[in-house]
Design a binder for this molecule. Structure first.
Ligand SMILES: Cc1cc2nc3c(=O)[nH]c(=O)nc-3n(C[C@H](O)[C@H](O)[C@H](O)COP(=O)(O)OP(=O)(O)OC[C@H]3O[C@@H](n4cnc5c(N)ncnc54)[C@H](O)[C@@H]3O)c2cc1C
Length: 438
């Protein structure tokens, strides 16, 4: 019996780890996890990895270290042939190969919604470790250029950051970036704090729609005190290089970040199974596809109905629990037992605002300031699966308390050039090989 899990994020890794435990005596079941990277990212820690409070690698966990008996394959899933029960994957050397399955678990997550606003490719996104590194490099680059600029107007232009989207990701990121700016300013004596500008545009009537309205007001006040210009009910019409167009205005920006919602993985949306109107795989409450019983789906790429019929939100706390529950259901299905419905009541929502501040609603209690920030940090620290990683994170946080921030900009151009050269060499060699065969 072959169980293939696609996607090594929150839900996929949780499902495989739990399956390993449940099926430890079933030597007839082979579990394979396929993911694009050999690590999984604890996204709530990505903000601090971007600002440098946390070493970039420490917000991620190597997948192989988290697994016991499951096989891991680092490859990109291209498509799924549901009739032949085959997954088509491509490894990073462009070698394609197929994997057969008896049960398929789709946990491919989502990506930033770049279909909503024309010109979205001109903005940076914030979803992966690479995104965090790119944004960090761009920020440091802007500070360096502003420091060399001749006058205040040029400095302001370099140092204006526009955030599109006032949901959890947009707000948490802008909060962390204000803290980053305050920390690094000591290295740039020619730049004044009021020359660093942050603007946040939200199409809806308020920021943080995921959280209690009172806490959202508190969060907005905290950010505004730090100089963030928040404009709600303001839909961005289009994005150009270094410019954002609104209904009646155009805003120049040194950095534009797009955080205006997500769309399910394109591979999951393209699978010939039943989907909801947003392109998520339509599953029943047991997380089994409504059209193909040998396919299961969970996390951000699935529409899992809650007790009220509405799909559960795209959040990590849900994804992890869905992973464990799906593993129970899959193990039950393998034993010819009936799977059960997934039911989960959200424990709370927390949003970090940087500068050791956060807002949180936990078990019905509203928390703000340092307590909320500490609670959020501690909670996500324990979401990291292994103690070695947790220890590294705590060490980074401690070092960041006592020492100056790191403004090293890691340039990846050389590595990219080397990769390109290596690729050309392989192409040439295989061309020669083909020529010799003919
Ligand atoms: C910056 C940020 C901060 C967040 N903060 C919070 C928070 O504080 N609290 C909270 O509850 N939620 C938070 N979230 C949301 C949370 O991260 C997601 O809900 C969660 O990651 C969903 O889990 P998932 O397993 O469905 O997808 P993911 O965790 O995204 O995993 C999908 C996996 O599939 C892999 N993959 C995708 N496509 C392919 C392919 N074609 N081939 C191979 N592999 C592929 C990806 O590389 C990834 O490993 C945050 C999200 C972001 C972006």
């Amino acid at each position: 019996m072959r169980v293939v899990v696609l996607g090594g994020g929150f839900s996929g890794v949780a499902a495989v780890r739990h399956l390993e435990r449940l099926l430890r005596r079933r030597t007839d079941v082979e579990i394979t996890l396929v993911s694009r990277e050999n690590f999984f990212v604890l996204t709530p820690l990505l903000f601090e990895a971007c600002s440098g409070r946390l070493e970039l690698r420490h917000c991620a966990q190597p997948i192989r270290a988290a697994l016991r008996r499951a096989r891991f394959i680092e490859a990109t899933v291209e498509s799924v042939d549901v009739e032949r029960q085959l997954v088509r994957t491509v490894s990073f050397e462009d070698t394609a190969y197929d994997l057969s399955y008896d049960h398929l678990v789709v946990a491919l997550g989502a990506s930033t919604n770049d279909r909503l606003i024309p010109g979205s490719s001109n903005a940076l996104t914030f979803k992966t470790v690479a995104d965090a590194l790119v944004l960090r490099n761009r920020l440091i680059d802007c500070f360096e250029r502003a420091d060399a600029a001749a006058d205040g107007a040029q400095r302001r232009e370099c140092l204006s950051v526009v955030m599109i989207g006032g949901g959890l990701v947009g707000v948490e990121l802008v909060g962390e970036l204000t803290a980053f700016a305050d920390d690094v300013l000591r290295f740039y004596p020619r730049i004044r704090r009021d020359e660093v500008g942050f603007r946040l545009f939200e199409a809806g009537p308020r920021i943080l729609p995921e959280i209690d309205a009172k806490l959202a007001v508190t969060a907005a006040r905290v950010l505004q005190r730090r100089g963030v210009d928040i404009q709600v009910s303001t839909a961005v019409q289009s994005i150009e290089a270094g410019r954002v167009r609104l209904q009646n205005d155009t805003v120049e920006a040194g950095i534009i970040v797009l955080a205006a919602g997500i769309v399910p993985s394109s591979v999951a949306s393209a699978m010939p199974v039943l989907h909801d109107q947003r392109g998520r795989i339509a599953v029943d409450a047991t997380m089994r596809s409504r059209s193909h019983p040998q396919i299961w789906a969970l996390g951000d790429c699935a529409a899992i109905p809650g007790p009220d019929g509405r799909p559960y939100p795209a959040l990590a706390q849900h994804a992890v629990r869905e992973g464990r529950h799906l593993a129970n259901n899959l193990a039950a299905a393998l034993d010819a037992r009936a799977p059960s419905s997934f039911m989960f009541r959200q424990l709370g929502t927390m949003a970090s605002l940087g500068h050791t501040r956060a807002v949180a609603r936990v078990f019905g209690l509203r928390l703000t300031g340092f307590v909320a920030w500490w609670l959020r940090r501690t909670y996500y620290l324990f979401q990291m699966p292994r103690w070695d990683r947790r220890l590294r994170i705590v060490l980074d946080w401690t070092v960041a308390l006592f020492f100056r921030p790191d403004i090293t900009r890691v340039d990846l151009r050389v590595e990219r050039e080397q990769e390109k050269e290596a690729h050309q060499l392989v192409e040439r060699a295989s061309g020669r090989h083909r020529a010799m065969q003919t």
